[in-house]
Design a protein around this ligand. Structure first.
Ligand SMILES: Nc1ncnc2c1ncn2[C@@H]1O[C@H](COP(=O)(O)OP(=O)(O)OP(=O)(O)O)[C@@H](O)[C@H]1O
Ligand SMILES: [Mg+2]
Length: 258
């Protein structure tokens, strides 16, 4: 399954992407996590040693070319992952789209195209999971970076601007041709907030795939510079993201088997 995680800035995309990736790797999936944010933080959430952060490999600009049938990889998918991925805890393979090292070095259009092409080429066996963590802007949708995902989760917090952003991203994802597009409610503090999200989702014809409670453990993990899963695997948010991951994967299986 190929899954994109979208949403407003700070809604929890990276926390959810990284935790889902490790949870699914623990349950036996081969997981490729792609950091599609030009300000990459997925490695930290995955639990990569912070001292390695400056040495995390990024994708080179020469991985794609224009072929007869459109954009294609210049090397096989396996070669790219073998040479440019970093192995994160639980055996998750991490690819990082870009990390601009210098100011004024231009746009990342071709890197978005590279990630799109890699997702298209990623294996689609029952045990294979690709998770794309995106940046807050809708660029991954307007540029079609997430085009070859099977499903997209828009992470929303229970306040209006976040919900509105989620709604717009869902519309763009559907426009891109993605059929399985849902909201995930994150940082939910009580029943009232949950109802507000549910009401918004119902009135806009969008399903809610899962609910993650507001959880102090996330913030404590940040303070400890730890991955939230390593910090406390039994924290309420970790359990909720684990359930979400299993739900999304089993739903994906049902969709792909018709
Ligand atoms: N369920 C939660 N409860 C409490 N805090 C949370 C929860 N989920 C995420 N956070 C915190 O919210 C902040 C933003 O999370 P995260 O970096 O995952 O968001 P993001 O959407 O990836 O942000 P960006 O748009 O910058 O990429 C972090 O400090 C994280 O620890
Ligand atoms: Mg992020």
């Amino acid at each position: 399954m190929k899954l994109a995680i979208a949403g407003k800035g700070g809604s929890g995309k990276t926390s959810i992407s990284g935790t889902m990736a490790r949870t699914l790797a623990r349950s036996g999936h081969r997981v490729l996590a792609i950091d599609g944010d030009s300000n990459p933080n997925l490695a930290l959430t995955l639990g990569v040693d912070p001292s390695l952060m400056d040495d995390v490999p990024t994708l080179p600009p020469d991985l794609i070319r224009r072929g007869q049938d459109g954009i294609e990889l210049t090397r096989s998918f396996e070669e790219v992952t073998a040479s440019h991925s970093l192995e994160a805890p639980d055996g998750v393979s991490l690819l990082v789209m870009a990390l601009p090292q210098h100011a004024d070095t231009g746009c990342l259009c071709s890197m978005h195209a590279t990630v799109r092409t890699l997702i298209e080429a990623a294996p689609a066996g029952a045990q294979d999971v690709t998770i794309l963590d995106t940046e807050a802007s809708p660029e991954h949708l307007s540029r079609g970076t997430a085009k070859y995902a099977d499903a997209l989760l828009a992470v929303v917090e229970p306040y209006y601007k976040s919900l509105e952003t989620g709604r717009r991203m869902v519309a763009l994802a559907r426009d891109l041709g993605l059929e399985d597009v849902k909201l995930v409610a994150n940082k939910v503090r009580d029943e009232r907030e949950l109802e507000a999200v549910q009401e918004f989702a119902d009135s806009n014809g969008i399903d809610v795939a899962g609910v993650v409670p507001f959880d102090e453990h996330m913030l404590l993990a940040e303070r400890a510079r730890s991955s939230p899963l390593d910090f406390d695997p039994d924290a309420p948010s970790m359990r909720a993201i684990g359930e979400l991951a299993e739900h999304v994967i089993s739903n994906g299986r049902m969709v792909s088997s018709g």
